[in-house]
Design a protein. Structure first.
Lengths: 686, 316
């Protein structure tokens, strides 16, 4: 059995694209092998910032041969009266690359056996360049030199070896070879790979750990050892540490961990600032003591060996100290100013060039938040806190610290708000209005913060829609989908039953030019789409999502999301099919005859009509919606038996026009209740 | 490093090095620009299919970054050492690393990384893909493969290497602030630039005549547009640069309102797009004299070429 090696040599690939590209290379290679029916024992992936590679173990000598039988025309159509092959028979043979002499007669037809012989592995693999390497897709592309070809970064070398033999192909001017490149500095430029099975070892000797998992484990161990030796606590398992480890792993080929420090005086700067400086800006790991207090040390990873590590440490310390010095300076300076000073500058801050300033945005948000607070029956203290928070919540954008560390917006806002004497609720809202900051991030905890977060996002969506800055396809540069998801998730978490439609309509109608072009229905659909997406992501069946998210009336997203869940929960009930069938039978019939007549019990002709009427008498759509989707479902499910009994004995289209109208009126009355669950006809009953 | 290179030694070394790699040494452009990219030796030459290799120091003015000479790193005007190689050579990264060695920075004694950083200048309709280069954690160079210039997708990709001279020198000389750098012969950066930094900051933030600047912007824009109509690319470009700098002064002063700001940027972008287009047209009329490769000449100027001159009259 043979081994095949493919290595794509690249200029430094962005760290966040290395791992997904490795996975993609494996998937494309698998598909390529399947298409060519070439079997291999295992595909081993490798990746570093400068290379993506796969090693195929136990490659078959050739692809699987195929033998297929093809049926031709029937015998009576294959030959003419003179016994010669007809045009149809000759055409069939030609189409299969054979002649009529090859025909076999069986079961009244002519047959051909088409044999596809196996193709040598070397020949198949010579196509891997155009069919795999060149087909790779990335989220960012570039072209280089005079080429029109697009790739993630320029391809600088290609290795393709079947055992010891080079498989020839080329991409642009780069031809395959057995020559790879080792570490940029620790190794020579040209490193010869004798055999495909010697890839990892050859690169290791050239100071490249090509196996990404092995490299990550090495970094982990090196970092942990340093932390342990010094008695520091190093968190490597939090999401952010994992992300950092992943990034660091993909910017080095030969890792050597080291530690550096900074003056204790900088520990007076807020922790978030120190952590951001280290983690986000310098890709350092920070350490704490047992109690979780930050220590004036950091860990980092060099792309190289331990030689002259003192230079590297000194340089990194100097850069960090310069940043911390800035931070300390801003922290001091910012405290010399007031919130009012910052707010004066916010008036000039652009929200979006087509929409206006952040200050105007804040004013609209304040009004919107007040409307929500009224509906949610906030108390006077909450309303006062909300009003104050809405007045100031973007002030930190104008502080020196956020100017320098923009990822700390909100975090510094809360910190400074407290320093400037705002109460804890106001300060928390300043931070929370950004939440959730990611699709699965935490939503605002406090009621005041949650309302501010919802109002901020809603104003953003409405004004951007009004300015025709609407997301399309995967393109959502202003994060409007994320904002809408944030609104839905916050309302859900808080279980706030708010009718969004009238709020949005009123907001559009009374906020002037900046919202006047927004289409309330379009925004409703946009928000509803996020409800659907959240339900689908949670694994709810598509037809149930579709059923629960129409007939939404006032866009109470909590109720809408809830009834989708209710449908999903009951979909496995034994009687679900019966219930839905009974209810949709009413719905389908009702639309056949329009009437706005009131039901008149005097016109009933059988007991089932009366029973059904009595079962529905006490049901009120509005009351049921308010009591929640479970109550709604139960109430409607209870109608299943009376409806079934009703149809057993009742002809809706009675000869007597008055009786008929009355029967339709009764169906309409029930149908009117059904919209409380959306559109049940969309449910697929199996 | 024992003998620390002065700032002028660094410039001389880089000039020598890149001249040897085939770059033509240009002089700093004599018009206010915000970055070496805005020099016509980069911005205009990055357009069209002609090869171009140049290196130069470009004093770069950014009025809003002025700090009255107080901040250790932020400057009204800093210096960039700009290298452009078009089409981008296959070994451009290695050439760059060679320049660090020429400066006495031995890769084995440091940690050098290429960290993703894509560059975009929306007001000039320019965008590129590349990295910032980290030297022991400090960003010392911006490395960009131009993909679009003046809103036009490039024919031939320029590799742009931009060294921040003050940063690089701060690293090499290991001094706490840029004002402590030695420019040369014992004269410090502060001796030369501290006073102008203070004065320019004062001017930009407090003393500029806004009415005059507003008027100038309009006049420069009108002149640039008029000259573009006449096919006078380079004078037009000068006025675009003047417009851009005038806007930067207005912006630093904080007098440009929200909506006006967007409007000004849009006006500059419109001119930048226009000038790129006219530059290519004018070079095409000249027959792209720097394009020697026969195959490429045919690709661009042949009968079915992208820039084929269809009208026989114009070909003359």
């Amino acid at each position: 059995m043979s081994t095949f090696l493919l290595e794509i040599g690249l200029e430094e690939v962005p760290a966040h694209l290395v791992t997904p590209s490795e996975a993609q290379l494996v998937a494309r290679t698998e598909a390529f092998l399947a298409e060519h029916r070439l079997t291999v024992g295992e595909i081993k992936p490798f990746s570093t910032p400068r290379r993506l590679a796969v090693q195929l173990l136990d490659v078959a000598a050739e692809s699987e041969a195929l033998s297929e039988e093809k049926r031709g025309p029937s015998l009576d159509r294959a030959k003419d009266e003179a016994g010669n092959w007809t045009k149809a028979a000759q055409g069939f043979a030609r189409g299969q690359g054979a002649t009529p002499d090859d025909f076999v007669a069986r079961d009244g037809y002519v047959w051909l056996t088409k044999a596809t012989p196996g193709v040598p592995a070397a020949e198949i693999l010579s196509h891997i360049g155009e069919e795999v390497v060149a087909q790779m897709k990335f989220t960012t592309y570039m072209k280089w030199a005079n080429h029109a070809f697009l790739y993630v970064r320029p391809i600088r070398w290609l290795v393709a070896l079947l055992d010891a033999e080079v498989i020839d192909f080329n991409i642009l001017e780069v031809s395959t070879n057995r020559v790879t490149r080792g570490h940029r500095f620790l190794s020579d430029e040209n490193v010869v790979i004798d055999n495909a099975n010697a890839y990892a070892e050859t690169l290791k000797a050239a100071f490249v750990l090509a196996d990404a998992d092995e490299r990550r484990a090495t970094i982990r161990k090196q970092l942990s050892t340093i932390a342990q030796d010094n008695g520091w606590v190093l968190q490597l398992d939090s999401d952010k540490s994992q992300d950092l480890l992943e990034e660091v792993n993909n910017i080095v080929e030969w890792p050597t961990a080291f530690t550096g420090g900074f003056d204790e005086k900088y520990l007076a700067v807020p922790d978030e600032v120190l952590m951001t400086s280290m983690r986000e800006h310098q890709r350092f790991f920070y350490v704490t003591d047992e109690a979780g207090h930050l220590l004036p040390h950091f860990l980092s990873v060099r792309n190289g060996d331990a030689a002259h590590l003192d230079n590297v440490i000194a340089g990194n310390e100097k850069v960090l100290v310069a940043r911390l010095e800035d931070a300390a300076f801003f922290y001091h300076e910012d405290q010399q100013k007031t919130i009012a000073d910052s707010m004066a500058k916010v008036e000039k801050l652009v929200f979006h060039e087509k929409i206006g300033s952040v200050y105007e945005h804040m004013q609209r948000v304040g009004q919107l938040a007040a409307v929500l607070a009224d509906q949610l029956q906030f108390n006077a203290t909450q309303k006062a806190d909300l009003a104050r928070a809405a007045e100031i919540y973007k002030f930190d954008l104008m502080t020196g610290m956020v100017g320098e560390f923009d990822e700390l917006q909100g975090v510094m806002g809360e910190h400074y708000a407290k320093l400037f004497g705002e109460n804890a609720a106001v300060a928390a809202a300043v931070k929370e209005h950004y939440m959730p900051t990611s699709a699965t991030g935490d939503v605002a905890q406090s009621d005041v913060g949650a309302v501010l977060a919802i109002a901020d996002k809603l104003d953003t969506i409405v004004t951007f829609f009004s300015a025709d800055l609407v997301p399309s396809g995967s393109n959502d540069p202003y994060g409007l989908r994320r904002a809408a998801t944030g609104i839905v998730r916050t309302l859900q978490e808080k279980q706030w039953r708010v009718a969004l439609t009238p709020i949005i309509a009123d907001f559009i109608a009374h906020t002037g030019a900046v919202t006047s072009q927004a289409d309330q229905a379009e925004i409703g659909r946009f928000i509803l789409d996020r409800v659907r997406k959240l339900a689908l992501d949670a694994g709810v069946r598509q037809d149930l999502v579709a059923a629960g998210t129409v007939n939404v009336v006032n866009l109470d997203v909590v109720y809408i999301a809830q009834r989708v869940q209710t449908l999903a929960q009951h979909a496995t009930d034994d009687n679900f099919r019966e219930v839905i069938e009974a209810l949709t039978r009413v719905a389908r019939l009702a639309v056949k005859f329009d009437t706005d007549a009131k039901v008149d019990p005097a016109l009933f002709e059988n007991a089932a009509e009366t029973a059904l009427y009595e079962a529905t008498q006490s049901l009120d759509l509005h009351t049921l919606v308010l009591s929640g989707s479970e109550a709604m479902y139960q109430a409607l499910a209870n109608l299943q038996a009376p409806i079934a009994a009703y149809f057993d004995v009742t002809m809706v289209n009675a000869a007597d026009e008055a009786v008929k109208t009355n029967r339709y009126a009764q169906l309409h009355m029930i149908n009117h209740l059904l919209v409380g669950l959306g559109d049940l006809e969309k449910i697929v009953i199996k | 490093m024992t003998d620390k290179l002065s700032l002028q030694d660094i410039i001389l070394t880089l000039q020598q090095y890149w001249a040897k790699q085939g770059a033509n040494l240009m002089q700093a452009y004599d018009n206010e620009v915000g970055a070496g990219t805005q020099s016509p030796y980069t911005f205009l030459r990055a357009n069209g299919p002609e090869p171009w290799h140049a290196a130069y120091v470009q004093p770069s003015r950014r009025p809003a970054d002025g700090r009255y000479g107080d901040n250790p790193n932020r400057l009204f005007q800093h210096h960039q050492f700009q290298v452009v190689m078009k089409p981008s050579p296959v070994n451009i990264q290695e050439l760059y690393l060679g320049s660090l060695e020429a400066l006495g920075i031995k890769p084995l004694e440091h940690d050098i990384r290429f960290v993703e950083d894509n560059w975009e200048n929306p007001s000039m309709g320019a965008a590129g893909i590349g990295w910032e280069v980290w030297l022991d954690g400090m960003e010392v160079t911006q490395f960009t493969y131009f993909q679009q210039v003046g809103g036009i997708e490039v024919d031939s990709v320029t590799a742009e290497v931009t060294y921040g001279l003050e940063r690089l020198a701060s690293y090499i000389q290991d001094v706490p602030t840029v004002y402590d750098l030695e420019w040369g012969n014992g004269v410090l950066y502060g001796d030369i630039f501290k006073e102008p930094e203070f004065e320019h900051s004062t001017y930009a933030f407090e003393a500029s005549d806004q009415e005059m600047l507003l008027r100038h912007f309009d006049e420069f824009e009108a002149e640039a547009t008029r000259l573009l109509g006449l096919g006078l690319v380079h004078p037009a470009y000068d006025y675009i640069l003047k417009s851009s700098h005038t806007f930067n002064l207005l912006d630093a002063r904080g007098t440009v309102s929200v909506t006006e700001r967007a409007g000004y940027l849009h006006r500059i972008r419109t001119m930048a797009r226009q000038v790129s287009k006219v530059f290519i047209e004018e070079r095409a009329k000249l027959g792209f004299p720097l394009l020697k490769d026969a195959e490429l000449r045919d690709k661009y100027l042949g009968d079915n070429g992208k820039y084929a001159v269809k009208d026989a009259e114009n070909a003359r």
